[in-house]
Write a protein that binds this ligand. Structure first.
Ligand SMILES: Cc1cc2nc3c(=O)[nH]c(=O)nc-3n(C[C@H](O)[C@H](O)[C@H](O)COP(=O)(O)OP(=O)(O)OC[C@H]3O[C@@H](n4cnc5c(N)ncnc54)[C@H](O)[C@@H]3O)c2cc1C
Length: 305
């Protein structure tokens, strides 16, 4: 790893390449062991260079945004984590079109849309992820999803070239896109919104914020909804009906406030969360015959995976 660290440091400069960086600092679960190398590129060109070097050196790499949908194992990650976050977060507005770099937070983009009197993005204002992560996940809430407003994305392909792909080619579905299968990295995206009344946009965002505060355990670290919504059901309701409200493994707990969330009560390990996910899945299946699938992405090694 020393070789790759030196190569990357020479490319992007001191302070941008960290070694043995605890992933608990970069995930909203506040969980995760060390990444061998943690790279924070300042520009799209730097991101491309890092990927090219990793590929040439056959070093595994993984891209993250705000780590708000991520469970990283206690052993961490053997390779290079590439973080596209606030460092790559330019936003420009042209009429009803917003062009946004991957690292911009959805909340910031929503605020900018409001400032320009643009409607259609209110649904995403409270999702604590980056535009890159949200496009990959086709993130959605309160009846809206990225698919509704996304026009095209610019991605870095496996060959380290930047390409623009129309939204229709991304196979956007429920918390799914074709991006991970293709091994693409989202560099930015273009969204089409509509002219709206700033008062109404602001009121809708506030209404949704209050709904989140009322229903979600925002005072404890989590990765949002732990499980996908099984067709025809709600994961949280199934978990509650299986008698699992407050069910714990170590410091990982099915939230008392919202059973669809697993929360970190303080010192939860990734293994605690992982075992809890398995146990909840098994018990919900026994109780209702429905198979839950994690929405949270798992990175690294977990026991009996
Ligand atoms: C309190 C809370 C509430 C939440 N509410 C919602 C909600 O209402 N709706 C919802 O959909 N989600 C919700 N989430 C989950 C999460 O915020 C979203 O999935 C979000 O889109 C993830 O963005 P991120 O930048 O944090 O991605 P990360 O967690 O960093 O990454 C998620 C996945 O995307 C990939 N990825 C990230 N950036 C890129 C990129 N630039 N290029 C390629 N791949 C990339 C990663 O490799 C990983 O597989 C919530 C989470 C929390 C903690």
């Amino acid at each position: 790893m020393q070789n790759i660290t030196e190569l990357l440091t020479r490319t992007v400069g001191e302070g941008r390449i960290l070694t043995n960086e605890s992933m608990s600092r970069h995930t909203t679960f506040r969980i995760g062991g060390p990444a061998d190398v943690f790279a924070v590129p300042r520009t799209i060109e730097e991101a491309g260079q890092i990927v090219r070097i990793c590929r040439e050196q056959s070093i595994p790499y993984y891209v993250i945004g705000n780590g708000s949908n991520l469970l990283v194992s206690d052993a961490g990650y053997r390779g290079v984590i590439l973080q596209l976050y606030k460092n790559l977060s330019e936003i420009s507005v042209d009429g009803e079109t917003m062009t946004v770099q991957a690292g911009a937070m959805l909340s910031v983009m929503a605020k900018r849309a409001l400032e320009h009197g643009l409607t259609g993005f209110e649904f995403a204002s409270g999702i604590p992820g980056t535009v890159g992560g949200a496009v990959v996940m086709n993130a959605g809430a309160y009846g809206g999803e990225m698919k509704d407003v996304l026009e095209e994305v610019t991605v870095l392909t496996g060959e380290s070239t930047a390409e623009t792909v129309p939204a229709e080619e991304l196979e956007l579905g429920y918390r799914h896109s074709v991006i991970p299968e293709k091994g693409w990295i989202v560099l930015g995206a273009k969204f089409k919104l509509q002219k709206g009344d700033p008062g109404k946009i602001s009121a809708r965002m506030e209404e949704l914020r209050l709904q989140r505060v009322a229903k979600q355990p925002l005072d404890l670290p989590s990765a949002g909804s732990t499980f996908k919504r099984p067709e025809g059901y709600f994961a949280g309701k199934l978990i509650m009906e299986a008698g699992l409200r407050g069910f714990s493994v170590g410091d990982a707990q099915v939230s008392e406030k919202h059973c669809g969330f697993v929360v970190n009560k303080g010192k939860a390990t990734a293994e605690d969360v992982y075992r809890l996910i398995r146990e909840v899945t098994a018990r919900v299946w026994e109780h209702s015959g429905v198979t839950l699938e994690p929405e949270v992405k798992l990175l690294g090694e977990f026991s009996a995976q």
